[in-house]
Design a protein around this ligand. Structure first.
Ligand code: PBG
Length: 340
């Protein structure tokens, strides 16, 4: 008689057995690379709090996107840092704004690459809030008009997906109407449906110069303690016309990714944000953990929680690591770092 009767280790004995019973895969198909656009020509600036990440002018971004496309990554998402900020964020909807220009250059260079355009005013306003401010308050409905106007200008430049990240109520519906009325019925909306007021955006705000000059974003972004509210936000965005919904950040909110995916069964993305990237980078730089294994494990976990794809600053690295396995697809720990 053998004891114990059940021996899960039998299926862990070899790489081949582990491959057969593996439930979750991570592939280059699941990756979106975020990029920051700056004004000018031939400009590349390193981002201090995000080692390995850069801000590029539109011409350089087009070259960068050729590389991203040749690595097999299907999509990029663009964030703009304008020449000039003002109270309304008016650079956001300029036909020759930084992101609009970058989209045109990218579409010329790599027409097959999916281009997502983040829509928010915080990078464009001098006060750093995501909407119109009056008496120290962020006004919801006047902001919707500006978001719709910005979305139309990005669609006109050639964006495949409009990705509102502002967290104003009703913005998906208003943007959908704006796009449809302007004839962009085929331009999709990826909404940051479930976006928490998170400390993990810190390095991004440094990169984009988008920290609020007063107060914080707790009046519009979600309370990290809430989970039912995520269902409500996702439901509203789907009803208003979102084609894809997103949860952000990713790792501290895997329970939310799972709940939202199970509740709605629509394409669901997760954003592994700047702080998640930088904390692994910082620890890896100190030799405290193995970057490749940590990143692959984190992204595999985000997929396991239910995300169909992941926005990650590690997208290029991951594409290279997976390609080196000769498979373009692996969550095999042996291939990740040799641990037995
Ligand atoms: C704009 C926006 C932010 C991020 C994406 N879109 C910053 C914020 O809400 O302050 C964060 C992305 C990241 O941290 O990588 N609203």
């Amino acid at each position: 008689m053998s004891f114990p009767a059940e021996r899960p280790r039998r299926l862990r004995r070899s790489a081949g057995l582990r491959r057969l019973v593996r439930e979750t895969t991570l592939s280059v198909d699941d990756l979106v690379m975020p990029l920051f656009v700056i004004p000018g020509n031939s400009n590349t600036e390193p981002i201090a709090f995000m080692p390995g990440q850069f801000r590029y002018s539109a011409d350089v971004i087009a070259r960068e996107c050729e590389g991203i496309h040749s690595l097999g990554i299907p999509a990029v998402i663009l964030f703009g840092i304008p020449e000039r900020k003002d109270a309304e964020g008016s650079e956001a909807w300029r036909a020759d704004g930084v992101v609009q220009t970058a989209i045109r250059e990218i579409k010329k260079a790599v027409p097959d690459l999916v281009v997502m355009a983040d829509v928010c005013l915080c990078e464009y306003t001098d006060h750093g809030h995501c909407g119109v401010v009056e008496d120290g308050r962020v006004l919801n409905d006047p902001t919707l008009e500006l978001l719709a106007r910005t979305s139309v200008s990005l669609a006109r430049a050639g964006a495949d997906l409009i990705a509102p990240s502002d967290m104003m109520d009703g913005r998906v519906g208003r943007i959908r109407r704006g796009l449809d009325e302007a004839g962009f019925v085929e331009t999709a909306i990826l909404s940051y449906a479930v976006k928490y007021a998170s400390a993990f955006y810190g390095p991004f705000r440094d990169a984009a110069g988008s920290s609020p000059s007063f107060g914080d974003r707790c009046g519009y972004q979600m309370d990290p303690a809430n989970s039912d509210e995520a269902i409500r936000e996702a439901r509203l965005d789907i009803e208003e016309g979102a084609d894809i919904i997103m949860v952000k950040p990713a790792l501290p909110y895997l329970d939310i990714v799972r709940r939202v995916k199970e509740a709605f069964s629509v394409p669901t993305a997760a954003y592994c944000v700047s702080g998640e990237y930088s904390m692994i980078k910082a620890a890896a730089e100190r030799g405290w953990l193995d970057e490749r294994r940590a990143v692959l494990e984190a992204l595999t976990s985000i997929r396991r929680a239910g995300a169909d794809f992941v926005l990650t600053y590690s997208a290029k690295d991951v594409a290279k690591w997976l390609a080196r396995n000769g498979t373009n697809r692996s969550a095999e720990p042996d291939l990740r770092g040799g641990e037995r």
